[in-house]
Design a binder for this molecule. Structure first.
Ligand code: HSE
Length: 305
């Protein structure tokens, strides 16, 4: 079977741990039954090919195993039951949901192996439990722009906003930033004025997406809950946002927990914005990858099954 899972961008500025969107950059998983456990193969191509573990500690396998555990099928299946091939296009630890994509792919594949016993909601709930926060992994399952409302015990109500008619320019510097490090830098408590600042912007942002009114994104993507603290880890963050805006972006922000930055714009501005953002990192002698992406509409799919 095959599973194709999109990259995601979480937070969208003020929507910390709540808002996220899926993007047209995909990882692909192929799983088949191994006829002989001794010959079972675990192959990784693309991003992380040389460094990701190809054993039980791989998060894709852990997600598959979590499904088998949930359905009481651990006796029946282990890593050696399968040939696994993962083709990664999403850069690792880059703020583009590579871990979410691996977990979602594993959950969907294992559920299919077990006869699709889990609903999409149940798979997403398991994904959130493994991932820790919903905004990154929910769009990988549902596609588009998602509001994730945690009703307790990782039972997530998902509200989908209209797909914006914009492109996403992603600028990914050539270093990884672990989500844990990028979360540990955040304060445990916030001042009321900063919380109110974000409440106003997330309301404005939601309205902007509903109305397709992107002129307000400059204001609506501002944030005081995570970006100012994370700027210590990504010193050119503000320069990247300013450059994107000066070159015609509607809005720009940190993608997930970084270090990628993302700008939203009309198609005709995208190439130039990508070039200008890359130039800023180049001055710091940091290499970059840039991606010009669309919003993914469907979330993970299982083609040709
Ligand atoms: N909302 C999360 C964060 C996204 O910003 O830490 C990363 O998983």
């Amino acid at each position: 079977m095959k599973v194709k899972v999109p990259a995601t961008t979480a937070n969208l500025g003020p929507g910390f741990d709540v808002l996220g969107a899926s993007l047209s950059l995909y990882n692909e998983l192929e799983v088949s039954f191994a006829s002989d456990p001794k010959k079972a193969k675990f192959v990784i191509e693309g991003e992380g090919k040389k460094i990701l573990p190809k054993n039980e500690s791989n998060i894709l396998w852990k997600a598959m195993d979590a499904v088998f555990g949930l359905l009481d099928l651990r006796e029946k299946y282990n890593l050696k039951s399968f040939n696994i091939k993962l083709t990664n296009n999403i850069p690792l630890s880059s703020g583009l949901g590579s871990s979410s994509a691996a977990r979602a792919a594993g959950i969907i594949a294992a559920n299919q192996i077990c006869g699709n016993k889990l609903t999409k909601g149940e798979m997403a709930q398991l994904g959130v439990k493994l991932e820790g926060h919903p905004d990154n992994i929910i769009p990988a399952f549902y596609g588009g722009v998602c509001i994730s409302i945690n009703r307790g015990d990782d039972n997530i109500e998902v509200i989908k906003l209209p797909i914006p008619k914009m492109q996403a320019v992603v600028c990914t510097p050539g270093f990884e930033l672990a989500t844990e490090r990028s979360r540990n830098i955040l304060p445990a408590k916030y001042e009321r004025k900063d919380v109110v600042f974000n409440l106003a912007r997330i309301s404005l942002l939601t309205k902007a997406f509903c109305d397709g009114d992107f002129k307000v994104l400059k204001e609506a993507m501002q944030d005081k809950l995570h970006q100012p603290y994370r700027a210590k880890l990504i010193p050119v963050m503000q320069d990247l946002i300013s450059s994107a805006m000066e070159n015609g972006a509607y809005g720009a922000c940190l993608s997930g927990s970084g270090p990628s930055m993302i700008a939203f714009c009309n198609k005709n501005k995208a190439q130039n914005i990508a070039k200008c953002m890359a130039k800023i990192w180049k001055k710091e002698t940091v290499p970059t990858k840039t991606f010009i992406l669309d919003f993914d509409k469907t979330g993970a799919i299982t083609p040709e099954n």
